[in-house]
Design a protein around this ligand. Structure first.
Ligand code: ATP
Length: 319
């Protein structure tokens, strides 16, 4: 193998740049050239390539977003698009591809691998929702961003004796809500994986009020229901004014945390090693502090489940 390519796809995540840097530096260490593909699979189809030398990834380890840009390109499910992408890659003398993204991006990588072009996947998404790895690149940063925001909201909630609902990201996965709730000491956490009753929340609020506590933070993952909708329901039920804060895209931005940078470095380097070993259709991840690799398919055929023990714990600690 003499030349490989790297792309970022799906939603951007802090630490993607650190992963690109790791891929480029590790490849150069082994005297392999690296081509950056701009705009994910769309760039692969359009041949939007640029050779990345050692200097091109200097000064990016601390930056959020992705220097290669990202795109949603649903057309890539079509086989002709995939054939054209492989043709473009081969024309450039590229023998392997590293895909940094979420489970959708992994499907694209597997499609190319099944057509004979070796790909390896690196989990880059703030949602922490990729089966086979305990953490994805970007999750730790998003978590810290959300906790910092909620700490600030708590200051005003305490001063004004308010109940706040904070909506965090997570359409199908409750990890951000759950970990944020635990770290910020939220009174209630609602995640897509667990059913809940409005009456339970009301009872919790009433219990808190009865022991003199006049402020409360409820964290809701966006996949459960919009924060404003929940606020309306609770206001109607309790007659108490509820404030709502939607954290939104700020959770996807910012400088990656040290943990995410280190994770990106370890996984990026391993992805290159796998391609050099002649392995294809593998995903890299982290399990019990060790770097692991597994079949890409496992990442999207299995279902991600948030750690329910943390849900129980968050309930116990916010009694
Ligand atoms: P996030 O978790 O941030 O949403 P993701 O990688 O899951 O990231 P998607 O939008 O699902 O984001 O997928 C990213 C891109 O991967 C798609 O826009 C498309 O180009 C490609 N892709 C998704 N599914 C497939 C598929 N079944 N076959 C080929 N390519 C796919």
């Amino acid at each position: 193998m003499k030349k490989i390519a790297v792309l970022t796809s799906g939603g951007d995540a802090p630490g993607m740049n650190a992963a690109i840097r790791a891929v480029v530096r590790k490849a150069h260490y082994h005297k392999i050239d690296v081509v950056g593909v701009y705009y994910g699979y769309e760039g692969l189809y359009n041949g939007n390539f640029e050779l990345l030398d050692l200097g091109s990834v200097g000064g990016i380890i601390q930056r959020g977003g992705t220097m290669l840009y990202s795109a949603r390109f649903p057309e890539f499910k079509e086989t002709e698009m995939q054939n054209k992408a492989i043709e473009n890659l081969r024309k450039e003398g590229i023998d392997g591809l590293v895909v940094i993204g979420g489970d959708g991006s992994y499907r694209g990588a597997m499609a190319l691998t099944e057509k004979g072009f070796p790909c390896v996947g690196i989990p880059g998404t703030i949602d922490n929702d990729i089966p086979g790895t305990e953490y994805t690149i970007g999750f730790d940063t998003a978590l810290n961003t959300a906790v910092e925001a909620i700490d600030k909201i708590r200051d005003t909630a305490t001063s004004h004796e308010n109940t706040f609902i904070v909506e965090v990201m997570g359409r199908n996965a409750g990890d951000i809500a759950l970990w944020t709730g635990l770290a910020a000491g939220a009174e209630t956490v609602l995640i897509p994986e667990e059913e809940f009753e409005i009456e339970d929340i009301v009872a919790r609020l009433e219990r808190s009020a009865a022991r003199g506590k006049r402020h409360s933070i409820i964290i809701v993952a966006e996949g459960v229901m919009p924060g404003h909708k929940l606020g309306k329901i609770l206001e109607e039920r309790t007659g108490v004014q509820i404030r709502v804060s939607v954290l939104g895209h700020m959770q996807r931005g910012g400088a990656p945390s040290a943990r995410d940078r280190v994770l990106a470095g370890r996984l990026g380097a391993r992805a290159v090693e796998l391609l050099l070993e002649g392995q294809a259709g593998r995903a890299v991840g982290i399990q019990n502090h060790a770097v692991v690799d597994y079949d890409l398919k496992e990442a999207y055929e299995n279902e991600h489940k948030a750690d329910v023990s943390l849900y129980t714990l968050s309930k116990e600690l916010s009694i």
